[in-house]
Design a protein. Structure first.
Length: 159
């Protein structure tokens, strides 16, 4: 049976849940997905005289926003599916992993025998390698899947 292992983009980054706007580009054997992302950063509490003036003040959460790029290195194939959150939550959902995956809107690595992985068409770059791993990302309005050796995420904080 297939096991879903949730992946963390790192440093608290997550996709923007309401409008991630993923964009895919392929360069040789790398597939890059750019999307809107954010992370919560805590402002420091006031110190010194400011803290004494208002000892009950709390720091407001601050948000870093960026277009991030999730790269799948040595990718052998990938697919973009129109399954969205509405379809996934239906009892007879059209997503292949509806009712199997732990939660919508997450990034997973699928480990173990997966009899339904090849039940749909893929964009093939080359034949799968022995070390190819299966990744699945549920964005709000689409699902992306990748067979790749590894992945990395880089936020573009200058945008």
């Amino acid at each position: 049976m297939v096991k879903f292992v949730e992946q963390q983009l790192g440093q608290g980054w997550v996709d923007e849940p309401n409008a991630p706007e993923p964009q895919v580009s392929v360069t040789d054997s790398s597939v890059n997905v750019s999307f809107r992302s954010y992370r919560l950063v805590q402002d420091k509490k006031p110190s010194g005289i400011l803290r004494r003036l208002n000892p009950f003040s709390k720091a407001d959460p601050k948000v870093d926003k960026a277009w991030g790029t999730l790269s799948f290195i040595d990718c052998t194939r990938w697919r973009w599916d129109g399954t969205n959150d509405h379809e996934w939550y239906k009892v007879d959902g059209h997503g292949r992993y509806s009712g199997i995956a732990p939660r919508w809107g997450k990034f997973y690595e699928l480990i173990g025998p997966d009899p339904i992985r090849d039940a749909v068409p893929w964009e093939t770059i080359r034949a799968d390698a022995a070390n190819s791993r299966h990744f699945l990302y549920y964005f709000r309005d689409e699902t992306l899947e990748f067979m790749a050796e590894k992945w990395s995420f880089v936020p573009n904080l200058t945008v």
